[in-house]
Design a protein around this ligand. Structure first.
Ligand code: ARG
Length: 563
């Protein structure tokens, strides 16, 4: 509507471009003053006329405009009142088009999203599930807005912990046990190492020596490490497959091991590196931060060094306009330091292109969730448990449902994802099965169920075809109006979610749509005699279903057609 007004004014006002008019147009502070206002002060200068007179002249020149109820002159302002029924029709006609909510604002721009990134030889726990789910949703949201997205899994696959693991494996491990139990066995070895190193510090020296060997390219060290990594990846990929998620790059920390020296050289050249007790640091005191450690006493690189190298690599390879990092909030300082170092080197873009996206902790309520394997909570286990629980409910309530396994998978996974995304990401999530799986609360199954209801109404009316020739003025009751209001918000919700990196906005929107729809459905018969009214109502059902399906898709959740 705003662009239509801009178009009108551009045609009738001399001396201002469409862009200038765009910046001048205001939203009036009170609804009584209309939906948009155009101030004439600026024209008064160039036209040497009182702004009130100019406003009146423009109003006369515009005459009657079909999409406006009226135009008023109020002092120096022209106030525009949108014709609501035409507005609704325009919006809903757009909502009917395939790809409603898509945009091209991101065209030609690349966004890197660094997410999931589990630590090799450690279990994929519920915390990593959150970064995976949030990162995947951001990928979908930005893709819908036309951005090209690179999905990067920055695996924790390098560092002194692998020296420890090699020592533990060589001292207490067996090939058979690792082959049989995978990550669980590697974790046991790791725990054993720490217990033993408490008593015998020389183990730590051995571990450092093995990591040094890895950094120097020693064949034996690298082949054991690669084996641990392969074993871990098999398990991680099983979880990704369950979630239906993929990555474009598995470039973990080890990928940057030959790229850190170049960063160290730049830091030296820029005089940013200081020696401190044998280690090399970048002093960040001027910015109220602890120093950023670059190399340890023994010369080995660390997490931060590899992140610095990764930023250079990604900038030069993908030419990102933003690089996002989805991790727990406990890494806030780490990213603040790394981003600051990049900026201090002279990369001004670091300030707005590198973005840390933190999230809160996951806690587990209720004894049922404690894992069969001790107190470690594997993400995979939660997902398969959710699927099994839904499968049971289906068996009880709807045993004749076709594709029961497929439906249980979509609903079970959907329940977990939705629960994780429903609250602002910075909030802690407390996990409770009865909340996650509730079909009536603010949950994934509730939204999916509402979608299924739309789908079933449409199946019962096979003659319906989406068409723009619809008289929405027949729709007047308040429940329908509330639903309309929600349906037209979809595009702005996606934009806002992208701007705030906040998938919860999309999740909350699906609940608002589902609730408005269920009220509408409760108050109105769909299959009425009057053909025009029936078509208008069915169209609302159709648009609702599509929006719910597409919005859930932005969260990484699939909709079954029946459940
Ligand atoms: N592996 C890290 C962890 O599990 C997360 C890595 C995040 N990405 C990064 N570029 N530092 O905590």
């Amino acid at each position: 509507m705003k662009s239509k007004i801009i178009e009108l004014l551009t045609a009738h006002v001399e001396g201002l471009t469409a862009e200038e008019i765009n910046t001048l147009i205001e939203i009036p502070p009170k609804p009584e003053l209309g939906d948009f206002a155009f101030p004439c002060f600026r024209l008064a200068k160039t036209m040497r006329k009182a702004p009130q007179m100019i406003a009146a002249d423009i109003k006369d020149a515009l005459g009657d405009v079909d999409f406006l109820e009226k135009i008023d002159v109020q002092g120096a302002y022209l106030n525009f009142y949108i014709n609501k029924s035409i507005y609704v029709k325009t919006m809903l006609d757009t909502a009917l088009c395939p790809g409603y909510g898509n945009s091209d604002i991101g065209e030609g721009q690349t966004i890197c999203i660094d997410y999931s990134s589990p630590n090799v030889a450690k279990n994929f726990h519920v915390g990593h599930l959150r970064t995976t789910i949030i990162g995947n949703s951001l990928y979908k949201i930005f893709s819908k807005l036309g951005y090209h997205v690179e999905r990067i899994n920055h695996l924790g696959d390098w560092g002194t912990q692998f020296g420890k693991l090699i020592v533990a494996y060589k001292t207490w491990g067996s090939k058979k046990a690792v082959e049989k139990d995978g990550i669980a066995e590697l974790m046991k070895l790791y725990v054993k190492f720490h217990a033993e190193a408490e008593k015998d510090d020389s183990l730590n020296d051995d571990a450092r020596a093995w990591f040094a060997k890895m950094e120097q390219g020693d064949e034996e060290a690298l082949s054991i490490w690669q084996w641990f990594k392969d074993i871990s990846l098999v398990e991680y990929k099983r979880t990704y497959a369950l979630l239906g998620m993929e990555f474009d790059h598995y470039t973990g920390e080890s990928f940057y091991r030959d790229k850190t020296q170049a960063v160290i050289d730049i830091l030296k050249e820029k005089n940013l590196l200081t020696e401190s007790e044998g280690a090399n640091i970048v002093d960040l005191e001027a910015y109220d931060m602890a120093p950023c450690l670059i190399t340890k006493k023994d010369g080995s690189s660390i997490y931060a060094t590899r992140d610095l190298a990764a930023i250079y690599y990604r900038k030069n390879t993908y030419h990102f306009s933003k690089c996002l990092y989805v991790t727990g909030q406990e890494q806030k300082l780490h990213f603040a330091q790394v981003f600051k170092v990049i900026e201090l080197i002279g990369n001004d873009w670091a300030k707005d292109q590198l973005v840390h996206i933190p999230y809160g902790l996951v806690s587990l309520e209720g004894a049922k969730l404690s894992s069969r394997n001790g107190n470690i909570i594997y993400a995979e286990e939660i997902l398969t448990d959710a699927i099994a629980k839904i499968r049971e409910i289906i068996e009880q309530k709807n045993p004749d449902l076709p594709d029961k396994d497929e439906v249980a998978k979509k609903v079970g996974i959907g329940a977990i994802l939705f629960h994780d995304l429903y609250n602002q990401r910075i909030k802690d999530v407390s996990f409770r099965w009865d909340k996650v799986l509730n079909f009536d609360g603010e949950t994934g199954p509730y939204v999916q169920y509402t979608y299924v209801r739309c789908a079933s109404i449409l199946r019962s009316l096979p003659d319906f075809k989406p068409d723009t020739d619809i008289d929405y003025s027949l729709i007047t009751d308040s429940a329908s109006m509330e639903l309309l209001k929600e349906l037209v918000r979809f595009p702005e919700v996606i934009l806002a979610a992208a701007e705030k990196y906040e998938p919860s906005m999309v999740a909350r929107y699906t609940i608002a749509v589902a609730q408005a729809f269920n009220k509408f459905y409760n108050d109105n018969r769909i299959n009425v005699e009057d053909a025009s009214l029936r078509t208008a109502r069915v169209t609302l059902v159709y648009i609702t279903g599509r929006i719910l399906r597409d919005a859930l898709e932005l969260l990484g959740i699939e909709c079954p057609e029946q459940m």
